[in-house]
Design a protein around this ligand. Structure first.
Ligand SMILES: O=C([O-])CC(=O)C(=O)O
Ligand SMILES: [Mg+2]
Length: 237
């Protein structure tokens, strides 16, 4: 298959991206109908990291980061680099030097379906990375792949220019064509959760405001004053 680099991609409006940044991954995932979650294996290297920006995608052969070097050149401020490998790999695809170059380009963060290294330094640099491994094994820089091709990262398709939202909980992707409807439902969900928090603050309980007592009934749940003991046993039913 022809390997290639796309230098120019369509990115969402900056204002839309900024509005999205107010929402966390669970909200965005729920708001778009429970889709777009990347694998739970992708974990942040630092707590309290939050990014939201258009994806620049990179597909590398396992154990080679040549295409990441090529991708640095096409990144724009605010982008999120989404790296995946052909074949399973946990090699350290990026580290301090690549991150230094990405920061120079204004890249917000990186999501890697492989490994990252030099993480103590990356934490010190305040640069967020989500990866499935932290591993010092290095890579070669000699094999071709793709920059800004449709990619599968963490089991989910990411198109160049799709919105990536990542935080302490994980990573979610929003397809460009779903951005405005997802944003609307995210705003509604936040509003609803605010009302729920007010209810909790007033001492109301979820069994009542979610109408869950009838569900308990449907499930035939019985209330006992004490732990019921089965005959001849000191253990519960
Ligand atoms: O150079 C590499 O291949 C990865 C790395 O450790 C760095 O970017 O500092
Ligand atoms: Mg290094």
């Amino acid at each position: 298959m022809q390997k290639y680099i796309v230098t120019n991609i369509r990115r969402p409006e900056q204002e839309t991206v900024a509005r999205f940044k107010e929402h966390d991954t669970s909200t965005v995932y729920e708001a778009q109908g429970k889709i777009g979650l990347l694998s739970a294996q992708l974990k942040p290297i630092s707590a309290n990291s939050k990014i939201c920006g258009p994806a620049v995608t990179v597909i590398c052969p396992a154990g080679d980061n040549l295409m990441i070097h090529a991708a640095i050149e096409v990144c724009k401020p605010g982008d999120v680099l989404v790296i995946t490998t052909l074949g399973e790999s946990i090699s350290g695809m990026i580290g301090e030097l690549i991150v230094l170059a990405l920061m120079k380009k204004g890249v917000q963060g990186v999501v890697i379906d492989a490994g990252v290294r030099d993480v103590a330094r990356l934490r010190g640099m305040g640069f967020p990375v989500w990866s499935k491994a932290v591993y010092p094994e290095g890579t070669t820089k000699s094999r071709g792949g793709w920059v800004n091709a449709p990619a599968i990262c963490g089991g989910v398709q990411v198109m160049p220019g799709d919105l990536i939202v990542a935080d302490d909980d994980g990573v979610v992707v929003v397809a460009q064509e779903d951005i405005s409807t997802t944003l609307e439902s995210a705003v509604q969900r936040v509003r609803k959760e605010k009302q729920t928090k007010e209810k909790i603050g007033r001492g109301e309980i979820s069994l009542d405001f979610y109408g869950l007592r009838s569900v308990l009934q449907q499930e035939n749940i019985v209330y006992f004053d004490e732990i019921p003991l089965s005959e001849g046993s000191s253990r519960g039913l």
